[in-house]
Write a new protein. Structure first.
Length: 289
């Protein structure tokens, strides 16, 4: 077995069963059902001994979560990724379009991370995992955590909106030069700022716009829904589109261009930028970041 995460329990006012206590203490297995399954498989050790669901936690226990060893016969997802930055705490990779970040499918970014990144040498090292999501058809920068503490730190930064993300998209139709879109997404408050950087005439779409986007909230499909909501859907979007104005050729023109955050250990300001894909530059050859 391979150690994934370690946790030391604080003193408990009242003893609590392990399967209840362990919910949420491991970032790689946060759910009650997942913890119960791991305990039954013998993947949870308390003070060096395989734990049972009946065990009570009183405080001071060393709780370890292990991963089953991958058998030589097990199929592995081989998928090379461009690594923009890597240290013992985190990594930034370039996600290609046309692949999901995580989920039940075999071909995911998370399943490809171990072969592309080094395992952290720190005591709370975990299997590298993405701490946010990019849609299947979206390309660009993706932030990866390599330790348990880093996962909690970066998740808090996202929750408190202290990670700045910038996207670029190509939209269709006539649109304002800049603005704030505050259309609710899934009945929740949602805000996205946009700025048109360049536009070109188009026989099919009237205009194509190269747009810089700064989401102020993080709802699912927020940018795609927002741009569709103001009548300027993203070129190549097959879910949020205007009838007879779908582009099937080169996928979705939405790219996560930059990430800006404070490093969990050095407290250094980290800023990463990824140039626009070739399909963007073919339409707007005179633009550079």
């Amino acid at each position: 077995m391979k150690l994934k995460e370690k946790h030391i329990s604080p003193l408990q006012e009242t003893p609590i069963r392990l399967q209840e206590y362990a919910v949420g203490i491991f970032s790689t297995n946060p759910t009650k059902s997942g913890i119960k399954k791991a305990i039954k498989k013998g993947l949870v050790l308390v003070n060096g001994k395989v734990a049972s669901t009946a065990l009570y936690i009183v405080g001071g226990e060393i709780i370890e979560l292990y991963q089953e060893e991958i058998k030589a016969t097990d199929k592995q997802f081989i998928f090379p990724l461009e690594v923009i930055y890597e240290d013992d705490f985190l990594a930034v990779i370039s996600k290609p379009s046309g692949i999901v970040v995580s989920g039940n499918s075999f071909a995911t970014i998370n399943n490809a991370l171990e072969q592309n990144l080094k395992i952290s040498s720190l005591k709370d090292a975990v299997i590298p995992r993405a701490v946010h999501r990019l849609d299947y058809p979206t390309s660009g920068l993706l932030l990866i955590s390599k330790t348990n503490e880093t996962t909690h730190y970066l998740s808090k930064l996202f929750e408190e909106k202290n990670i700045s993300k910038t996207y670029h998209a190509i939209t269709i139709g006539q649109m304002n030069d800049s603005g704030l879109i505050d259309i609710p997404v899934d009945e929740k408050e949602s805000k996205s700022e946009f700025k048109v950087l360049q536009r070109i005439p188009s026989e099919k779409y009237k205009f194509l716009n190269l747009v810089e986007l700064n989401p102020k909230t993080g709802r699912r499909h927020q940018l795609r829904k927002h741009l569709y909501g103001i009548g300027n859907p993203i070129l190549g979007d097959k879910e949020y589109y205007i009838e007879n104005l779908i582009s099937y050729g080169n996928g979705l023109y939405l790219h996560a261009t930059s990430l800006n955050f404070v490093h969990p250990s050095t407290k250094e300001e980290m800023k990463f930028t990824k140039e626009l894909p070739k399909k963007f530059r073919r339409l707007f050859p005179n633009f550079s970041l």
